[in-house]
Design a protein. Structure first.
Length: 426
């Protein structure tokens, strides 16, 4: 299904309104973290609604190297077996391929008292240091040193602590949570990230026997349990709100009427509010969004903020929508430097965007024009595909391997809605 970098392109031609139904797959940003959490307890786990993406395969390889075996059962189901033969060492050649590899840090340190982990890779948009993770673990009794790009951490047994995060970091919240479940005493994580994927991880840990209060809030309280007392469990991965947003954006730029199954409005409230301001009609019912677009979008100003604000992962999609909207919109990136790198690619399609520092000014044009472009990362790659749907002529997207890391058959799902889109070998 997936092949090496740059062996394929996605080719898109403008085809008019999108119509039909699409089912949103499980969330990458939850599935990978749940997989890492299987390091906490021996036994057999079954995860369902796991997206069919490259990153899941990489995480499975990383866990196999550490000592958890996994196999795809098909239909989005994975079985993971922790037989207790865990070596708390994460090899560089796997870690460098995926940012979420950092999520083995908390479980390994909490359960086995030591870990060696290369600093992780993943998407290329500015530095995302792990000092918040390490500082919190240090407060829980861990000692660590960095040698040649490898974190060496150890702790006889972690103890509870009152932790206040400088910033509601998703990764740090997850690592401190998974470290705290086996810590002696009670751990409080203040200013914790509130993303739905964190709540999903909490639900998984509770299913394993962990005691966690404040799920969904910015104050998580974890009552540590004895090492060895947690048990394996089965879990269904929460739907992917970023993939859902991608199909919303596609309808917004193409027009049409589409029903999104497995899309949870309560996980996207701020985004949906802003899309309605742009002129999109979105009606929500239980795990379903009905989207209708007719006519040109209106420009708005948008700023990214930690959840429940507009996620930085939504931003390339928002910029793409603004590129064909009526008026001028200003987009402000408050979270990561370097996340406007895809702007040059949108400009190749005729978008009128000027970016400086944390801001981009987007002047909408009536339509984009097809051109060859390259995906610089997962979300920007998907946004370029959406832009291609709004472009007159043919758009060819290279760097498809980035999109495959986070999207489960984006081309097939869009084609089923009537988009003129295909993958071609080069």
């Amino acid at each position: 299904m997936h092949s090496g970098p740059d062996s394929e392109r996605i080719v898109i031609r403008r085809a008019g309104p999108l119509v039909g139904e699409v089912t949103v797959p499980g969330a990458k940003n939850s599935a990978l973290k749940l997989m890492a959490a299987t390091l906490l307890a021996e036994g057999t786990y079954e995860l369902s609604n796991v997206p069919d993406i490259v990153d899941v395969g990489i995480m499975a390889d990383l866990l196999a190297a550490i000592g958890v075996q996994s196999q795809s059962l098909g239909g989005g189901c994975w079985r993971l077996v922790n037989g207790g033969q865990v070596d708390p060492f994460a090899p560089y050649e796997l870690v460098e391929r995926i940012r979420a590899s950092i999520n083995v840090l908390g479980p390994l340190l909490g359960r086995y008292g030591r870990v060696e982990l290369s600093l992780p890779g993943g998407d290329d948009f500015g530095s995302r240091p792990i000092d918040i993770h390490l500082r919190g673990l240090e407060q829980m009794g861990a000692v660590y040193e960095l040698r040649h790009g490898v974190v060496h951490a150890r702790a006889e047994r972690l103890h509870g602590a009152e932790l206040t995060l400088d910033y509601p970091s998703v990764g740090a919240t997850e690592n401190l949570l998974t470290a705290a479940v086996h810590a002696k005493g009670t751990t409080v994580i203040d200013n914790a990230a509130r993303e739905p994927e964190i709540a999903d991880l909490c639900a998984f840990l509770v299913g394993m026997g962990a005691e966690i209060e404040g799920i969904g809030s910015s104050r998580l309280v974890v009552h540590g349990c004895e090492p060895g007392s947690l048990r394996a469990t089965d879990h269904r991965v929460v739907p992917d709100r970023i993939q859902a947003a991608t199909y919303l954006a596609a309808v917004a730029v193409c027009g049409g009427e589409v029903t999104l199954r497995e899309a949870r409005a309560e996980h996207m409230e701020m985004l949906l509010r802003r899309l309605r301001e742009m002129g999109l009609t979105v009606n929500a019912s239980a795990d379903t969004l009905a989207v209708f677009a007719d006519g040109r979008l209106r420009s708005i100003d948008v700023a990214t903020l930690p959840y429940p604000g507009i996620a930085t992962d939504y931003k390339p999609l928002v910029v793409t929508m603004l590129a064909v909207a009526d008026g001028v919109g200003i987009v402000t990136e408050n979270l990561y430097p370097g996340r406007f790198r895809y702007v040059e690619e949108l400009q190749r399609l005729g978008a009128d965007i000027h970016s400086a520092g944390h801001h981009a000014v987007v002047r909408g044009v009536p339509h984009l024009s097809g051109a060859p472009v390259r995906a610089p990362d997962i979300r920007a790659g998907a946004a370029l595909v959406v832009a291609g749907l709004a472009a007159v002529g043919t758009t060819t997207v290279a760097g498809v391997h980035h999109i495959d890391r986070g999207y489960d058959d984006l081309v097939g799902r869009l084609a089923a809605l009537g988009a003129d889109i295909s993958r071609v070998a080069v």
